[in-house]
Write a protein that binds this ligand. Structure first.
Ligand code: ASP
Ligand code: MG
Length: 414
């Protein structure tokens, strides 16, 4: 079981979490609990680090920010004991959760589970602070913001858990953002790959890394609400599972699983680039060297084999830096000018069903065209079609697509 910051914010909520855990133990399960810091706490601690020094030491940053989860794990273990549930906390360095690479964004390499499994088999609930690990030199590390989800999936994989239940402030994964489409439906099941696409295109339910890890380790992850009555069986949330587990016979299942929107990209057009080998590389190599993640790319054939425009998207936060980098190489690349647009949105339709069906992209283009929405760029993968449109048309596009792919539920959500 994993509980996020909202569920751990204050003793009243921690008591509810303890009751929820007690209920699960009562069903005869061996339980390990992974907890986040109280909501807002990690931000507060990061603030102190920045105040201490803008160029703070990252190993010491880890010492500071890992403390948020130390507090909540101790408090939960204490609260469990007080209601008669045997429990103890296991800090990242006590297991240990061995991590590699860089402080402040470490990766889990391996988890020592022997003591943990023994304690759990003896009926003791293990409470583990999320986000924490230990480097080979013994120092405390953390996994990057939102890393508790990844901790939970890694622990679940290491102890070969039946399930990894992630309790959060939404009650599952929806066909689209319910704030935009009131008839969005909660999905019973979604595949790892779909979840990865949905997570990376802006439905921020889980840390993307945790989904990738669950897919690799085949951990069955369930996302469910922490705001229901503790002590009762929780409403089922959304199960994230392998494609095989989504039965052929699933009549409810639509061709498209969900529609995501993302306003974090910006468009760059580099005009009149020489149409010759190496020209495109000379644009994208310097961006790659600056660790700028290019997403959609379009290049037309030139009419006269002389010059062509290259259009692509970068994260909005990297727009200014990207332009600087390219302007500095204007002569060697040989373009005419750079046109940018930050007021764009990427709309994606996602679903494993499109592997075996034609016409998904055509329906998307037709639906948008009927509403007069112009498409500025397109990219596709096996299970996703994305288009770039004017940011102002985001809500309209999501709504009409949700209807066009038959995703509207009978009743408004919530
Ligand atoms: N407390 C950490 C953060 O806010 C880790 C987590 O909650 O997932 O990033
Ligand atoms: Mg989180």
């Amino acid at each position: 079981m994993k509980f996020g910051g909202t569920s751990m914010a204050g003793m009243e909520r921690i008591r509810n979490v303890a009751l929820r855990v007690k209920h699960e133990v009562g069903l005869g399960n061996e339980v390990a609990v992974v907890v986040s810091a109280m909501a807002g706490e990690t931000d507060r601690l990061v603030g102190f680090c920045k105040e201490a020094s803008p160029l703070y030491d990252e190993a010491e940053y880890d010492v500071v920010v890992a403390s948020g989860e130390q507090v909540t794990s101790g408090l939960l273990a204490m609260t469990l004991k007080a209601i008669g549930v045997d429990a103890r906390s296991w800090l990242g360095w006590q297991l240990p959760i061995r991590t590699v690479e860089a402080h402040s964004k470490a990766r889990i390499d391996d988890i020592e589970t022997q003591a943990l499994l023994q304690a759990m088999a003896a009926g003791q609930v293990a409470v583990i602070p999320g986000f924490q690990g230990q480097m080979a030199d013994g120092r405390v590390s953390t996994l990057g913001r939102g890393g508790s989800d990844t901790s939970a999936v890694a622990i679940a994989a290491a102890v070969k858990a039946e399930r990894c239940d992630i309790y959060t402030d939404v009650d599952g994964v929806y066909t689209t953002d319910p704030r935009i489409v009131s008839r969005a439906r909660k999905l019973n099941k979604v595949t790892y790959e779909e979840m990865l696409e949905l997570a990376s295109v802006g439905s921020k339910v889980l840390q993307t890394r945790s989904v990738a890890l669950a897919m690799k380790e085949k951990v069955r992850v369930q996302v469910l609400s922490s705001f229901e009555q503790p002590g009762n069986d929780p409403e089922p949330g959304t199960m994230i599972v392998s494609e095989e587990e989504i039965e052929e016979s699933d009549m409810e299942r639509q061709l498209i699983t969900g529609i995501a929107h993302d306003k974090n990209e910006a468009k760059i057009i580099v005009t009149r680039v020489p149409d010759k080998p190496g020209a495109v590389a000379s644009i994208f190599l310097p961006l790659a060297e600056a660790s700028i993640n290019v997403d959609m790319i379009i290049q037309n054939d030139s009419k006269d084999n002389a010059e062509t425009d290259v259009t692509f998207t970068v994260p909005r936060a990297d727009l200014a830096r990207s332009v600087d980098i390219l302007e500095a190489r204007k002569e060697s690349i040989g373009f005419r000018r750079i046109i940018t647009d930050a007021e764009v949105a990427k709309i994606s339709v996602v679903g494993v069903g499109m592997r075996s069906h034609a016409g998904v992209a055509a329906l998307m283009f037709k639906t948008l065209a009927d509403r007069g929405i112009n498409i500025e760029a397109i990219s596709t993968s096996e299970i996703k079609v994305s288009v770039l449109i004017d940011e102002d048309e985001t809500e309209l596009a999501v709504r009409v697509l949700h209807t066009a792919y038959g995703l509207d539920g009978d009743q408004p959500a919530g």
